[in-house]
Design a protein around this ligand. Structure first.
Ligand code: MG
Length: 341
């Protein structure tokens, strides 16, 4: 295949193609402050101050449209960063908010975005404590881009969770239905009238994850990640590859809303390959799986949580279908829906 010489949309789509670009973008020699560094491509990185493990992460948000059923760019900007901290086991403390705004953008929309960010922060007890604003000429940006960085802490009774710790025998848990965000965004953009059943799942997950961690006991959630760009397919493949294990998923246990499945069929898009903005995927010690599931279900954002499979020896991710056959869940080349977060 010809090597790309220019950035294209697939380079931002969270799949295998984006992985190639990351080789260029992560070529820092100064890349590790004494903890989990850039090379691990985890949801966040760590460093230690006075014995306290700090988790740091950053994300830029360019979702199109800015307002959509179930959320808006502000809720995505806070939830995306809060969730990257949370899936590492860190309580989100403080965020930054840096906005690049196109000349002509309505100030009333900015106020709406900030109010939405504030509401999401309030749900998890985090704060935006510093920010930056730049304005660029009309036409040089599509409305607004928001970058948020976040700092979280691993607390005494908590524990650091990586995306590479899957262990043979673990149960795989998803915290709810898959594909809602990506299929809502694409359906809305395409102008399909799918009633009011389709809406984004965008949500800040710390309180739900904190409950699951307390129920699991220290260290028993072996791996966790949020299935954003590239969806569940990209997420589970990355976790399995990094952990050097195989994952077997039972198709009939995977929660997918009927409206999401129909939209996917209509558009030719696999719900497992599109972004979720309010879900996590966990690999959990089998003896605590039921307890963790119950804790997830006790939180509104986890009410549809399900145990969907297990970790075995080998490599790759296999789905056992309803009719008893098996097929690989392949890592997508890129999320089929660009600018989804
Ligand atoms: Mg993530």
């Amino acid at each position: 295949m010809k090597k790309d010489t220019e950035v294209n949309m697939m380079h931002g789509a969270g799949g295998e193609v984006m992985g190639e670009l990351l080789q260029t973008l992560t070529a820092f020699k100064n890349n590790n402050a004494g903890g989990i560094g850039l090379e691990s491509l985890d949801d966040g990185s760590t460093f230690t101050i006075g014995g306290q493990t700090i988790v740091l992460t950053t994300d830029s948000h360019v979702v199109k449209p800015i307002f959509f059923p179930g959320g808006d760019i502000g809720r995505v900007a806070v939830s995306g960063t809060v969730n990257d901290l949370s899936v590492m086991g860190a309580r989100p403390i403080a965020l930054t908010s840096a906005m690049v705004i196109e000349e002509g953008f309505p100030i009333a929309d900015l106020a709406r975005i900030v109010a939405s960010m504030d509401k999401a922060l309030g749900e998890v007890g985090a704060s935006v404590i510093t920010g930056d604003t730049k304005v660029v000429e009309k036409g040089s940006l599509d409305g607004i881009a928001i970058n948020t960085a976040g700092v979280g802490v691993i607390e005494g009774d908590g524990f650091l969770i990586r995306d590479n710790g899957m262990t043979v025998g673990d149960k795989i848990i998803v915290s709810g239905t898959l594909g809602d965000h990506g299929l809502t965004i694409v359906s809305y953009r395409e102008g399909f009238d799918l009633g009011d059943q389709l809406k984004s799942d965008v949500a800040p997950l710390w309180k739900m994850i904190e409950g699951a961690m307390k129920a699991s006991g220290k260290g028993n959630i072996h791996a966790m990640k949020d299935p954003t760009r590239g969806g569940f397919a990209a997420c589970i493949n990355e976790m399995a590859r990094k952990s050097r294990v195989k994952v077997v998923v039972e198709e009939e246990l995977v929660p997918i809303r009927e409206s999401v499945a129909s939209a996917g069929e209509l558009l030719g898009i696999d719900p497992l390959q599109v972004a979720n903005e309010g879900k996590c995927v966990m690999s959990v010690a089998p003896e605590v799986a039921d307890k963790v599931l119950a804790a997830l279900k006790a939180h509104p954002y986890g009410k549809d949580a399900a145990i969907i499979g297990e970790v075995v020896e080998g490599s790759g991710v296999v789905m056992r279908t309803r009719i008893g056959s098996e097929r690989f869940i392949e890592p997508p080349l890129g999320d089929p829906v660009p600018r989804v977060c």
